[in-house]
Design a protein around this ligand. Structure first.
Ligand SMILES: [Zn+2]
Ligand SMILES: [Zn+2]
Length: 261
């Protein structure tokens, strides 16, 4: 790796004074170290990124509940997804970043979110198998709400860091209600048929990773994966920034077989 020029630090400090950088989590000015967070937000980010989750569905789960075969919620189900990577939770710093990105016009966070997502994917045993990232598409309602495509921007940035393309292989199809506010039992039916393979998309035998900013029940990720697999894709994985929990797993203090006193 090339050595950093000796004048880079004074220049960086001068740049910080002229154009103070802001913490990605709380906008507090940052001076000196080239990290995107203030100490408080960095601590929250590290805690969120380090939280244990099921590698099959992305739910928060104690390590002994989240095995490679899945957690108690997904272990006995079959689905089109072979694995899920996540940055963190919607209740944690990952959720703070997503809300700032989508609702507070902080599109400068795309590179950071892409980096965090790429790091989450790199920690998975399937990382080297991926041929392309596939962002969950948005409909006109999504474009109207956000004026941009959050999952598309994050996938582009993550793909650049992983060295794989981000391809719009799936399009929206027809009308549907928004998933937000629907009970978990209705989300699967509401999203069924909401996507189709893009014209001219060729996915036969490809290993693909569906990318979205937030996932709640996982119904949207599974439906996009189902479309890709119907089109001939090999394995399909998913990567999300923030996981929300409609029905979190119980979090017993003691592992099964040990009765808490
Ligand atoms: Zn901060
Ligand atoms: Zn699971």
């Amino acid at each position: 790796m090339a050595a950093m020029p000796r004048w880079s630090t004074p220049l960086r400090l001068l740049a910080d004074l002229l154009m103070p950088r802001a913490c990605a989590g709380c906008d507090r000015p940052l001076v000196g170290e080239h990290v995107p967070f203030c100490p408080t937000c960095m601590e929250r980010m590290l805690a969120d990124c380090g939280s244990d989750y099921c590698p099959r569905c992305g739910r928060t789960a104690e390590p002994y509940l989240a095995t490679p075969a899945g957690c108690p919620k997904c272990r006995h189900t079959r689905g089109p997804l072979s694995g899920v990577a996540r940055v963190g939770t919607y209740a944690g710093m990952a959720g703070v970043l997503v809300r700032r990105f989508k609702f507070e016009h902080q599109q400068r966070l795309d590179g950071l979110l892409g980096t965090l997502l790429a790091d989450a994917v790199r920690r998975q045993p399937w990382c080297d198998q991926i041929d392309a990232l596939v962002p969950v598409p948005t409909d006109w309602g999504g474009w109207w709400r956000y004026r941009f495509h959050p999952a598309g921007m994050i996938a582009q940035c993550a793909g650049a860091r992983l060295g794989v393309p981000a391809l719009p292989l799936v399009r929206t199809h027809g009308k549907r209600r928004r998933q937000t506010g629907l009970p978990e039992s209705e989300r699967h039916l509401n999203i069924r048929g909401a996507f189709r393979l893009a014209r001219a998309a060729r996915v036969e035998g490809a290993s693909l990773c569906v990318v979205d900013d937030v996932s709640t029940s996982g119904a949207t990720l599974r439906e996009v994966a189902r479309v890709l697999k119907t089109g001939g894709a090999g394995q399909v994985f998913a990567a999300i920034v923030a996981k929300t929990e409609l029905s979190p797993l119980p979090s017993p203090i003691a592992p099964p077989g040990i009765t808490p006193s």
